[in-house]
Design a protein around this ligand. Sequence first.
Ligand code: SAM
Ligand code: SF4
Length: 266
Amino acid sequence: MLDRYNREITYLRISVTDRCNLRCVYCMPEDGIELLEHADILSYDEITAFTRVAAARGVRKVKFTGGEPLVRRGVSRLVSMIASIEGITDISMTTNGILLPEYAGELKEAGLQRVNISLDTVNPSRYRELTRIGELEDVLKGIDAAIDAGLAPVKINCVVRQSSGERDAREVSSYGTGRGLEVRFIQEMTLSSGSYGIVHGGSGGDCSRCNRLRLTSDGKLKPCLFSDVEADIIDLGYNRAIDFALEHKPLCGTINEKGYFYNIGG
Ligand code: SAM
Ligand code: SF4
C-alpha cells in the first residue's frame, strides 16, 4: 500500500503495553505515568486480526515494542499468532532485555526472529541512573540469553545524549564489538521539541523513505511518531483506520505534544 506521497508502507510497529519494568529518564515523564486500564488495551485477538488486514494490504515486517513488551503476560503467544499470518516474513522485538533470560527460548520457538536490546551504558551505576531502577547485570544476562536462543542478529540500541563519541556510547560500542553485536546509536529526542535524530546504523530518521505505521497498545494507529495524528482502529474499523493513516501520514514529522516514547514505542 502507498501513502499519499507514494511511500510504500510495509512495516508495522506494535506496542503491546504501556507498562515497563524500568523508568528510563528520557522515556518516562518524571512525575510518573497514568497507566491505561486493562479494558482499553487491545486483546491479542484484536492485534492479530488488525495485523492480518494490514498484511493483506502489504505489511511484511512487524516489530513488537512497548513499554516493555515482555511485561505483558503471554506475549510469546501473540508472537506465534502474528507469525502464522500469511505475508508476515519478518518479526522482531525491541526490549530492554531484563526478562530475556526467562523468555528468549520460548520467543524463538514462537517465531520471533531477532531482537533489538536497549543498552545505553555498560557502567552499572550509570545504568541505574539512566533507568532509575535497573541492574546492568540483568540486561547483560538477557543479551547472553538472546544469543544462546539464536535470536540473531542481536542488535544493541544505544541512546546517546550528544554523540556516539561520548564515554557511555564508546564503552557500549567496545562491549558490542567484543561480543560481535551490531550497535545502533540513537540521538536522545523530545517528541514535543520537533527535532528528531537520524538513527545511525538503522532505518529511522529519513522521512522520505519512511515505510512505517505504529499501533499503540490502546488501538491508535499512528502514521508518524512526530505527529499527533492517529486513528482509533476499533472506532473506525481496521481498513478505514489504515486508509486514514495513509492519507494523513505527513511528508515529514513535526511535533508530537500528546505522546511519550513509552506509550508509542520509539
Ligand atoms: N522497553 C523497550 C526498550 O527499551 O527497548 C521497548 C520500548 S522503548 C520506548 C523503544 C526504544 O525507544 C528504546 O530503544 C529506547 O531507548 C528508545 N527511546 C525511548 N525514549 C527515547 C528518547 N527520548 N529518545 C530516543 N530514543 C528513545
Ligand atoms: Fe521502559 Fe523502554 Fe522506556 Fe526504558 S525506554 S522506560 S525500558 S519503555
